[in-house]
Design a protein around this ligand. Structure first.
Ligand code: SAH
Length: 297
């Protein structure tokens, strides 16, 4: 038996060597194939690098957002230059704001998603940036205000917008509410009585990629040439609802706005249920800047 085993030993060694070389050859072939593949797939490598760069940019933008909350925002021009990127990037502060609004009773998911997307800090003076995502109104030029985010969300929710609807906003102001409306996939028309505000809002909105139909004019007159509208939104308060606006509503459409004097207003929804038939419901107390007749520079 022992002798037989000894006799077989060279055969065994030869077999092992042959198997080993086979494995080595196979490994070599795989490596070479991989090298060839890498050459052929250069775009993938480039794409990966691109992804990495995108991630880096996103990181920088997140940092920018963090700086903003500590009041170290870069100058407005630089911010506006990167508006598109800011809009595409996750805006953590806006997401937090949307969460806060949900806790306060806003439950329309599309409205909350719009709040998450619109960079409110770009609609106000850079000095106020640290407060951009607080739920409070802030002053803008000409003694006007950008509405409190809760109010913007609440009014938008009352509009119950369906994609494709035609909406008229009275009081463009900063343009923030108009941007929220654009995010709701509706056809937006907005009128502002101060030319300066109209101009600034137009620039801000367009830089962000929003293109609502903006007008410098008197909201009391509405836009008869573009009527009828599915919905009308007042973001300034008249003492009484402007009759001309009611006449520019589609039957089945409605107007949402704060009605009343300087001491405070009732959020009111007026639905046009027939040619001359309107139904009114009240939705809480608010304080808005007054709606004023005429236009100014
Ligand atoms: N929607 C605005 C809120 C601005 S405050 C925003 O998101 O920032 C209300 C605005 O209504 C002011 O800018 C004010 O100038 C404007 N306004 C007041 N009376 C108006 C009128 N008759 N026509 C158009 N705009 C008017």
């Amino acid at each position: 038996m022992k002798r037989k085993t000894l006799h077989l030993l060279p055969v065994l060694i030869a077999t092992l060597c042959w198997a080993g070389s086979l494995i080595a050859h196979a490994t070599d072939t795989i490596e070479r194939n991989e090298k060839q593949d890498r050459k052929a797939n250069t775009p993938i490598t480039t794409q990966r690098r691109d992804n990495w760069e995108t991630r880096q940019t996103e990181k920088q933008e997140t940092l920018q957002m963090a700086n903003k909350s500590t009041g170290q925002m870069e100058n407005r021009e630089e911010q506006q230059g990167s508006n598109k990127k800011v809009q595409q990037t996750e805006n953590r502060e806006a997401i937090k704001l949307a969460r806060a609004l949900r806790r306060k009773g806003i439950n329309d998911a599309r409205v909350l998603a719009a709040v998450e997307k619109v960079p409110r800090h770009l609609f106000i003076d850079e000095k106020l940036s640290p407060y951009a995502y607080d739920d409070r109104p802030l002053p803008i030029e000409r003694g006007q205000t950008i509405s409190q985010p809760f109010t913007v969300a609440y009014q938008t929710q009352l509009l119950k917008l369906q994609p494709g609807e035609k909406v008229l906003e009275i009081g463009t102001g900063s343009g923030y509410q108009a941007a929220i409306l654009c995010e709701m996939d509706v056809e937006v028309y907005s009128i502002e009585r101060y030319h300066q505000l109209y101009q600034t809002a137009k620039e801000t909105l367009n830089k962000l990629g929003y293109h609502p139909n903006l007008y410098h004019g008197d909201g009391f007159k509405g836009l008869p040439e573009h009527a009828p509208f599915d919905k009308i939104l007042l973001t300034a308060a008249p003492e009484e609802v402007p009759e001309k606006l009611l006449q520019q509503l589609k039957i089945g459409g409605w107007l949402v706005g704060p009605l009343g004097g300087r001491m405070g207003q009732k959020m009111t929804k007026i639905e046009r249920v027939g040619e001359e038939k309107f139904r009114k419901t009240l939705h809480g107390d608010f304080i808005f800047v007054p709606m004023q007749e005429g236009t100014e520079k």
